[in-house]
Design a protein around this ligand. Structure first.
Ligand code: NAD
Ligand code: GLY
Length: 359
């Protein structure tokens, strides 16, 4: 097992990564400070892992909330089901909420923990590759709004993240690929050598080699932890983690939540950002080809949906947390391994990318 730390002073917390860490009761219980524990999960994950986690908690009063599965349920209504349970069971302010699931459950569980009685103890047990490399670390929590992805939320850090590589065995190939999109992102924004390692090892990762997967998760979490420690509330460098996301969120909202997986939308968005970076004179044609090729080899989509016309796309991009005074700002790449901070882009280049890329 490897332990990394997110260095946030008094709110410093560990990320445990390894095979079977889910079965090590003490990793979990050392972070629980009272008898009352609520596990939030969904109907797909509950039959697979709820009993395993509960088995570590026989000394506690444990309640569960099993939510419907899907990005379309990342809503205030689902959040209310969590509050209903906490209140019905008379959970106190020293209670602990455990989010057992992918990014949807992690983001909602974290937001519920942030809001209930203005904040209760929160632990992340991420069960998708995407959640293990990205969403469980860093304290971004929230829900979607019909008009914009992740638009309602809060920063709220967990006490610990427990990432068991073995739970990825039950993840389907499409979800595994979606996680690879966020892993590729780290190479692109801050580590060219890692990008090259991914080019060389993508087939090994797709074949689910545990050593390679563990290495990719560790490297991703190291980078995420560095960025979050430097800029927890996204005043600067943390925005680089949103490479491709302004485009990606527009695709998710525009196509209907759940139609494209988050990682798939990010893959397309990153290709669009790469094309725009080339138009701005940052990336070479060869750089863009390498980026697109790595996403394609990861079985991820690289072309934006034809259903979204350019005007609608730009309209959707106008609802994004990086925008300032309503002006669209995106993260671009100066090179493979080096991202820009959020930049305003001229309308002509943006239109050219949206009209020309992948068509
Ligand atoms: P997800 O949570 O919807 O999980 C994907 C699917 O896999 C679901 O059907 C889920 O039930 C299933 N699943 C989960 N674990 C499984 C397992 N071990 N075996 C079998 N099936 C399993 O999707 P995701 O890709 O994990 O997360 C996407 C969400 O994360 C989006 O809402 C996105 O906005 C959010 N996100 C948040 C952050 C952040 O910093 N907070 C970062 C990136 C993404
Ligand atoms: N996934 C983007 C962030 O955590 O900032």
């Amino acid at each position: 097992m490897k332990t990394l730390n997110v260095e946030l002073g008094e709110r410093r917390y560990p990320i445990y990564i390894g095979e079977n860490v889910l079965l090590q009761a003490d990793l979990l219980t050392q972070h629980i400070k009272s008898k009352q524990v609520l596990i939030v999960t969904n109907e797909t994950i509950a039959p697979l892992y709820l009993e395993k986690v509960s088995a570590n908690l026989s000394a506690y009063h444990v309640e569960n909330v099993i939510l419907p599965d899907g990005e379309q349920f990342k809503t205030l209504d689902s959040l209310n089901l969590i509050f209903d349970k906490l209140l019905t069971c008379k959970f106190s302010r020293n209670a602990t909420l455990i989010a057992l699931g992918g990014g949807v459950i992690g983001d909602m569980g974290g937001f519920a923990a942030a809001c209930y009685q203005r904040g209760i103890t929160f632990i992340q047990i991420p069960t998708t590759l995407l959640a293990q490399v990205d969403s469980s670390v860093g304290g971004k929590t929230g829900v979607n709004h019909a008009l914009g992805k992740n638009m309602i939320g809060a920063f709220y850090q967990p006490q610990a993240v427990i990432a068991d590589v073995n739970v990825l065995d039950t993840l389907d190939d499409r979800q595994l690929a979606a996680g690879l999109a966020e892993i590729i992102k780290y190479g692109l924004i801050r580590n060219e050598a890692f990008f090259v390692w991914l080019e060389e090892n993508i087939n090994v990762l797709l074949a689910r080699d545990k050593t390679a997967l563990t290495y990719a998760i560790e490297q991703s979490c190291i980078m995420k932890a560095e960025v979050v420690a430097e800029d927890e509330h996204e005043g600067g460098v943390r925005a680089t983690l949103n490479l491709g996301h302004t485009f990606g969120h527009a695709i998710e909202t525009g196509m209907g939540y759940g139609s494209y997986l988050h990682g798939e939308a990010v893959a397309i968005g990153t290709c669009l950002a790469a094309d725009l970076s080339q138009r701005k004179g940052f990336l070479t044609h060869n750089d863009v080809a390498r980026i697109v090729n790595l996403f394609e080899r990861s079985n991820l989509p690289v072309k934006s949906p034809t259903e979204l016309n350019t005007e609608r796309f730009v309209d959707l991009m106008a609802v994004d947390k990086k925008n300032v005074d309503g002006a669209i700002r995106v993260i671009l790449l100066e090179a493979i391994g080096k991202a820009t901070l959020p930049m305003s882009v001229d309308n002509l280049s943006l239109m050219q990318t949206l009209q020309c890329y992948g068509k």
